[in-house]
Unconditional design. Structure first.
Length: 108
């Protein structure tokens, strides 16, 4: 299904949006989950969110019509499939590295 690997930032954005949240929450969550490696600037985040909405991987959460509220986003079913595909890909990378580095497998 996935054509290319996700960037670490996109992976953490999608992972964060398993629970609907606004942009600032996504920035904080991505930084926390990544141990500080992923620090999203507002412009970068909102550009990524626009792209992910266009791809159908995330969507805006209806806010009940209250003006001035921050936009919340959530992952879509397609986005979850993409996230799970990346999780499986990363697991395969980890397992292959573990086997070879630990001398359990020498298959080339």
């Amino acid at each position: 299904m996935m054509e290319t690997a996700l960037t670490e930032a996109v992976y953490y954005i999608l992972l964060s949006l398993l629970t609907p949240m606004h942009g600032y929450g996504i920035m904080q969550n991505a930084e926390t989950l990544s141990g500080g490696r992923v620090r999203l600037a507002a412009g970068t985040l909102y550009g990524a969110l626009s792209t992910l909405v266009a791809k159908g991987w995330i969507e805006n959460v209806p806010d009940g019509g209250e003006a001035g509220r921050q936009k919340k986003y959530r992952i879509t079913r397609l986005g979850r499939e993409v996230l799970e595909g990346e999780w499986n890909r990363l697991g395969e990378l980890y397992e292959n590295g573990r086997k070879l580095l630990k001398g359990e497998d020498r298959t080339i």
